[in-house]
Design a protein around this ligand. Structure first.
Ligand code: ZN
Length: 406
């Protein structure tokens, strides 16, 4: 059976950019290796959720891996929390947390507290706090982030968070999203916790020191993404395949954990544009003989798209191209390259545009596509598909599809 290399280039899709002669970064980049794969395989244009739907990275990854997010997605919190190895129990409500800076009227000045580097101190300060029978568990995540679990009886994930998602706006109070006593109780304990935390953070020694140094203080917790642990079949249960997740950023490791994949740490995999992509590919090649499905995630193009940095995005795409070179000459392998969504530099946000997708194996009836990019792939044999079709097509090429009928 072929081993699947499932490469997701986060946010790689884009729109025409005037400065690039109306090319997209993927069209402007020199990508001889991606192009070679496109020549060997079949390509298409893919709607990750549905045409015109702007996917989040979390729902998009579920969809790419064949899990309908409308069935299985319960919020971002559980994936973030799983990604930093917090142990989740049934009934837990999970959140993602940003350390932020607010003024004396609780107006948000900076949603990331000057991108404060280490949140371990805050996790230690509040981990284990109990309010009205509910327990707060916190652990530091990357940069200004933390994961938070709310544990206890009678909790609900049907609550809003405190993050207004913009600056110069007052922090929000958590509110119940339905009429249940559970949602009301959960919102109440969250608001008590946030208020208590703010009072403590204001007086914190390290914040006084930051103030003295003219730095932004970390004096408020912006929480969002409330969700319960999803009841979801593992990748092995669903497809009978052993799988590995190789990613730098927490969310994608979280998706791998939740689906029961083996999440492998790779030195130098940062989840940022400086990430060591070659090391990730090398690790995947090492694991080829022991696993059926290798999920490789490259984050950088998405972050550069969100910064509007089209030159940086072109460069990062060329970095991906160099890193995946060993995949071009692989034997007994099925290589898939695609994206979870487009992140147009002009938009600095995700968009609902389709993404390029290609599948290379010695089983495919190859097409005339010569370059891996948005416009060329759309002319390929795969045509226009939804991500929901991707795993069935892969399984069929592996000879694992179940017959429909007799
Ligand atoms: Zn994404």
């Amino acid at each position: 059976m072929d081993t699947v290399f499932f490469v997701v280039c986060d946010g790689i899709g884009d729109r025409p950019i005037a400065e690039l002669g109306r090319k997209t970064p993927l069209e402007a980049a020199k990508t001889p290796n991606l192009d070679k794969l496109a020549q060997m395989g079949i390509s298409g244009a893919m709607h990750v959720i549905d045409p015109g739907v702007k996917p989040g990275s979390d729902t998009a990854h579920l969809a790419l891996l064949g899990y309908d997010p409308k069935v299985y997605y319960t919020g971002r919190g559980p994936f973030e929390v799983a990604g930093i190895d917090m142990q989740i129990e049934p009934g837990d409500v999970c959140f993602r947390v940003n350390m932020s800076t607010v003024d004396s009227k609780l107006m948000v000045i900076d949603r990331r507290a000057g991108r404060i580097g280490d949140t371990g101190e805050f996790a230690d300060l509040f981990n284990g706090t109990e309010i009205d029978g509910a327990k707060f568990l916190l652990k530091k995540a990357t940069a200004h982030r933390l994961g938070m679990i709310l544990r206890g009886k009678g909790l609900s994930s049907e609550v809003t968070g405190s993050d207004p998602k913009a600056v110069n706006i007052k922090v929000k109070k958590s509110k119940p999203k339905d009429d249940s006593a559970e949602a009301k109780y959960t919102a109440e304990v969250l608001n008590k916790f946030l208020e208590m935390a703010h009072e403590k953070l204001k007086e914190l020694k390290s914040n006084k020191q930051r103030e003295k140094e003219g730095k932004l203080v970390a004096n408020y917790m912006l929480i969002r993404g409330a969700g319960v642990y999803p009841e979801i079949p593992s990748f092995k249960e669903k497809y009978g395949l052993t799988s590995v997740c190789i990613a730098g950023a927490g969310l994608y490791k979280g998706v791998g954990k939740v689906l029961g994949m083996k999440v492998v740490e790779v030195k130098g995999a940062t989840g940022k544009p400086d990430s060591d992509l070659r090391a990730k590919v090398k690790k995947a090649l090492e694991l080829k003989k022991n696993y059926d499905f290798l999920f490789l995630h490259f984050k950088g193009a998405d972050s550069l798209g969100e910064d509007g940095d089209y030159k940086g995005k072109v460069k990062f795409i060329e970095k991906i191209d160099k890193a995946i070179k060993p995949l071009v000459s692989l034997k007994r392998a099925l290589v898939v390259v695609t994206a979870d969504h487009s992140t147009p530099c002009g938009l600095k946000d995700h968009s609902g545009d389709d993404v390029p997708v290609m599948i290379t194996s010695d089983q495919v009836r190859d097409d005339d596509v010569r370059h891996f990019n948005e416009r060329e792939c759309a002319k390929g044999r795969l045509g226009h598909i939804r991500a929901a079709y991707l795993m069935p097509i892969i399984l069929d090429l592996m000879g694992l599809a179940q017959k429909f009928g007799a």
